[in-house]
Design a protein around this ligand. Structure first.
Ligand SMILES: NCCCC[C@H](N)C(=O)NCC(=O)O
Length: 460
């Protein structure tokens, strides 16, 4: 009888799916917290006297340390140097610390009435907490990519990445759906309660990662045991950064990433206002239509990932996703298409686009750079992307104020501007056009360099 040789722990289905579940759970808690404040803007104004600018300052803090202090890039280098266990634990711990600072700032009454550098003290410390959390969640994001590659290379790589992204979107969807009910659960609104729930979730997420660390150790042991002559793997060197940034394929993915995500996440920040101004949806209901987006992606991202694993066509999937993005934003721009049912249809189509591109993009990075550079390559992509996530909402806000005001109206007893969203939607469509261009360039580069983006990931 021939005995089946189990090469490493990654050949055990149970082990690799358990590893995925643990790491993805940590990320899900992170994504929950990232958006826990998004639906609370009104309550923050009513309960603790934040203005729209205070809220804007707080939201923009997501990029402060990652972009300007290059923390994301350092995180990627640390990941490639010391591995997923220490980096993942550190990232999860940083998320908890940042969240704790934010909770303290929002729940404390001692900060009220003072200011630091012209920013209300409470807003300032809540922003510092959020900026710290953002370092943790972004570094955790790149760590999880490396974790998945470690366990799923040559197997269900894109399906696993798709499931991780889907669970992350569940976190976002939970935040959008339950943040307000949690804040109001006792009948007396308290925004700090939702933040506290996020903090508790992240502590459990940290524990989940600690459990993951034990399985990861076992995997490494099994890899070492399976190696016949204990060959040392090539280590990451700082000079590898040069190799990454001189790799055309990497640039095409990074640019495609910033363009595509700039037309989705910043769009979502204005989508509720678009529903009110263009589609005439009631203020109280307007948030419901954009909140459908993450729900659609939960099923579709793993589905498209599975298709990529089995049939390949990664670069083509990114092209189709970007084409769909243009179609959606152009249809949003057409002035006479202003029925709310059309808005729902377009958000669903956007959900399909937002499933197609991520399901193919993240697994494709693993085909363009070697494993030892993966953390740094991902960190640099996220860094480029964070510029777009920070800058595009500012650009759209400026365009709206400068070119799109059509008049004024009274809503909820307040006099507010009305806007024509045609120009912002054309700008978003423009990002889509450029994204298609870079997706094509990526496909051409793949043909030249033979990265295998159009080939299946699954090796039978
Ligand atoms: N609100 C969370 C933003 C996460 C951005 C992150 N850099 C990212 O791109 N993750 C992959 C994804 O598809 O969410």
């Amino acid at each position: 009888m021939t005995e089946k040789i189990r090469e490493t722990l990654r050949d055990s289905k149970k082990a690799r799916w358990t590893a995925l579940a643990l790491a993805s759970f940590t990320m899900m808690c992170g994504y929950f917290f990232a958006d826990v404040m998004s639906p609370l803007k009104g309550l923050l104004e009513g309960q603790i006297g934040w203005t729209s600018s205070d809220y804007g300052t707080f939201t923009s803090a997501y990029g402060w340390f990652n972009v300007f202090l290059l923390m994301l890039i350092f995180g990627g280098i640390i990941l490639d140097k010391v591995g997923v266990r220490i980096t993942g634990f550190g990232a999860a711990l940083i998320m908890v610390i940042g969240t704790a600072i934010q909770y303290w700032a929002i729940s404390s009454t001692t900060l009220q009435g003072s200011s630091i550098w012209g920013i209300k003290s409470q807003v300032f410390f809540a922003s510092i907490g959020y900026a710290t959390f953002a370092v943790g969640v972004e570094v955790a994001g790149i760590t999880v990519t490396k974790v998945i590659y470690k366990w799923f290379q040559g197997k269900e790589l894109a399906l696993a990445m798709g499931l991780q992204v889907a669970l992350a979107r569940v976190g976002t969807a939970f935040a959008l759906a339950f943040s307000v009910p949690i804040a109001k659960i006792t009948g007396v609104a308290d925004v700090s309660r939702s933040v506290l729930v996020g903090l508790i979730a992240l502590c459990i997420g940290l524990l989940a990662f600690v459990v993951y660390i034990f399985i990861d150790k076992k995997l490494d042991q099994s890899i070492a045991d399976a190696k016949p002559d204990n060959l040392e793997e090539e280590e990451f060197k700082i000079s590898d950064i040069r190799k990454i940034v001189t790799n055309k394929g990497w640039w095409f993915i990074a640019i495609l990433c910033v363009l595509f995500y700039s037309a989705v996440f910043p769009f979502l920040k204005y989508a509720t206002d678009l529903m009110v101004n263009k589609f005439g949806v009631e203020m109280d209901l307007a948030g419901l239509i954009p909140s459908l987006l993450p729900f659609g992606t939960i099923l579709l991202t793993p589905l498209f990932g599975n298709i990529y694993d089995r049939m390949g066509k990664g670069a083509s999937i990114m092209i189709w996703g970007s084409v769909l993005l243009i179609v959606v934003h152009l249809l949003f721009a057409v002035p006479f298409l202003n029925n709310w049912a059309i808005a729902i249809l377009l958000v669903i189509m956007l959900g399909i686009a937002f499933s197609l591109v991520p399901s193919a993009m993240w697994p494709s990075v693993t085909k363009i750079v070697p494993e030892r550079q993966l953390g740094t390559a991902m960190a640099l992509i996220f860094w480029v992307q964070n510029w777009g996530l920070m800058g595009v909402p500012l650009l759209i806000g400026w365009v709206l104020d400068k070119y799109c005001i059509t008049g004024q109206t009274v809503r909820d007893g307040l006099m507010v501007n009305t806007y024509d969203y045609t120009l912002p939607m054309l700008i978003f469509a423009g990002f889509g056009f450029l994204a298609v261009l870079f997706a094509f360039l990526l496909k051409i580069e793949d043909r030249k360099k033979g990265y295998g983006l159009e080939k299946p990931n699954y090796i039978r």
